[in-house]
Design a protein around this ligand. Structure first.
Ligand code: SF4
Length: 77
C-alpha cells in the first residue's frame, strides 16, 4: 500500500491509488483540487480559506473507497 500525502495550508489530503475505485466523486466535486490532467493531481493548496477547506472536507468525505483521507492540521472547532 502506497499512500501519498498532499499538503495544504489548512488540511492535507492523502491518497492510496491501490484502493481507488475511480468513482470520480472527487474530480466532480472539486475539480480545482482534484484534476487528473495535472501533476500532482491533488492540489490541496487551493483550499486556503476556512470556506474552501470545508468544501474540501465535504467532497473528500464522499470518496467511497477510502482512497482519499483528510489530515487536519488542527482539530476543527
Ligand atoms: S472519490 Fe475516491 S474512489 Fe473515487 S476517484 Fe476519487 S479517490 Fe478514487
Amino acid at each position: 500500500m502506497v499512500r501519498k500525502l498532499y499538503t495544504g495550508p489548512i488540511l492535507d489530503v492523502s491518497f492510496d491509488g491501490e484502493i481507488c475505485q475511480h468513482a470520480a466523486e472527487c474530480v466532480r466535486g472539486m475539480p480545482q483540487v482534484y484534476d487528473t490532467s495535472k501533476r500532482p493531481w491533488i492540489n490541496a493548496e487551493y483550499a486556503n480559506t476556512p470556506e474552501l477547506a470545508e468544501e474540501l472536507r465535504q467532497v473528500t468525505r464522499r470518496c467511497p473507497s477510502g482512497a482519499l483521507q483528510l489530515h487536519e492540521h488542527e482539530p476543527p472547532t
